[in-house]
Design a protein around this ligand. Sequence first.
Ligand code: DP6
Length: 332
Amino acid sequence: MKATAKAHTNIALIKYWGKRDESLILPMNSSLSVTLDTFYTVTTVEFDEKLTEDVFFLNGEKADHTDTERVSNYLRAIRKFAKKHLFAVVRSENHVPTAAGFASSASGYAALAAAATKAIGLNLHPQELSQFARLGSGSACRSIYGGFVEWQKGVKEDGSDSFAVPILHEDDFPIAVLSVMVATNRKKVLSRAGMKRTVETSPFYQGWLDTVEHDLSELKHALELRDFTLLGEIAERNALKMHATTLGANPPFYYWQSATMEVMEAVQNMRSQGIEAYFTMDAGPNVKVLCLPEDEQKVYDQLKQIPSVKKIFTCHPGPGVTFLPTGEADVC
Ligand code: DP6
C-alpha cells in the first residue's frame, strides 16, 4: 500500500482565474500552461491499517496542523472513491524554492494525487488522475502531463468533464522560461482568496471572461504554428489582463512589487533591441520570462544586471507525472 510519484510545476500562459465551484475546484475559464523541468515535488504515500490519523512530513519535518489538515481532507476524497477507510503517512520533498515565492501547490497536489491513488490500489487513466489532482489545487490538474497542457473547464456540475489534456509534448516546441526571483517575502493574498475576491467584487472580471477563451484559441493556434512571437504576445497580454482584474476588486489588491515592474520594463526594452522576450506572472511578485533557447543567455545576462533581481532559474518544458520506486522521496 505504498507508492512514490514525481510531478513538476507549471506556469500558465493562459491563466486560470476564478472558480464556478469552490469545493470541486471547477474553473470559470479554460487555461493553458507549460510544465517546467527544473522544479518538482516527490511524494511517497503509505496507507497503513495501524494508523488512526494521517501524518504529513514536508521536507523531512512533521508539517503543521493547517498543512496536515489540508492533505488529510484531500485524502478523504480518495478513501471515499476507493471505498477503503485507511489512514496514511505522506512524505513530500519539494524541489521548488517556495521561500522565494515560487508556488508548489501544482507539483505538490499532482504528486500527491498520483502517489495516493496508486498506493490505495486505484489504477487511474491520466485523465482521471488529472481530476483527482484538480481537487487538491486547480493548477495541479495540468501538471499530470508534460509539455504544453490545456485544462478544459467543462460545463457539468459534477466536474466530470473538467480535466487537463496534453497539447504538445515537451520536445515539440523548445522554449526557455527564466524564473526571475525578485522578492523573498511571502505573498499577502493567496491565489485562492485573490481569485474569489476578484470574481465576487471586481467589475473588470466580466472583461476577463469575455476575452479569455479567445486568447486561449489564439494561443493554441500559436502552438500549432510553433509561432513563438504570437505565443509570447498572447501570454503577456493575458497575464496583464488577469492582474488588471485585481485592481478592480474590493478591497483592491495587486501582486506586483516595484522590482516586478523593473523586470517587466527590462523585458519590453529587450524587445525594442530586437531580443524576443515576454513576461508572465502568477499570483505573486516573481516574473517568468519567456524566450527562445538561443536567446536565453542574452536574456539572462540582461536580467542579472537589474539590482532587485535576486536569483534566476532557467527552465524548459518538462515531463508529466512519473512513478518512482518507493522510498526515493528522500534521495531525489
Ligand atoms: C494565478 O491552482 O493555486 O497561478 O485552485 O485555489 O488551489 P486553487 O488555485 P491555484 O491558482 C493558480 C492561479 C494562477 C494561474 C494559473 O496557474 O493558471
